[in-house]
Design a protein around this ligand. Sequence first.
Ligand code: SAM
Length: 197
Amino acid sequence: HLDKFEVVIEGKDLKEKLSQYRFPYFIIDLMHWEKHTEKEKRKVALQASQSYGVIRDYLWGDRLAVTWVNEEFKKLSNFPLEKVTAYEGSTWEFLKKEGIEEVVLLDPWAGEDLNEEDFSAGAFIIGGIVDTGGTKKKTTPKIGEELEKRGIKVLRRKISLRGDIIGVPDRINLILEIVLKMILEGKPMDDAVLEVQ
Ligand code: SAM
């Protein structure tokens, strides 16, 4: 009886270990929250909630982190925030707490495409940004600059379709799904993009 019990405990430990150490965090960074209109804030919250659905299809809810979480976001987000890693502080504080020194920033303005060599990063950051007007141009690179100022190494990487970012959906949850398809299913970038369209 004891043997059987031990195996169960071991299994649980293993899943916890895998969940905590083996897989990276996928972070939605809400640094630019206040630049949004009310309507846009609702869209950010909706896309975060859809990201929770996506992460659960591939990994565990807690691998999705949301940083700069504020009261307004808590009210607008209609998914269980206790099931993800919701962090009220800045992204650099979160990364320091987790001991993560190098991250990939998903950035449409980056020079280089996301590729296999980047997959070992401790975290993948997606801007919690929704564009309805042209007011938030180049806000993603700013997330990287703020992290670099705090000593975090930032690899800026874009997702493109046949060499162009035109045709790549820019919704937070779809960017997350593309990245997960590439990392966990080994899909080539073009295939991953076409599958979420
Ligand atoms: N207005 C922002 C800018 O100019 O930087 C873009 C915001 S986009 C709606 C939301 C987020 O999705 C970005 O912060 C980025 O993390 C991600 N994203 C969108 N398109 C991307 C692409 N082609 N490659 C990499 N990341 C992308």
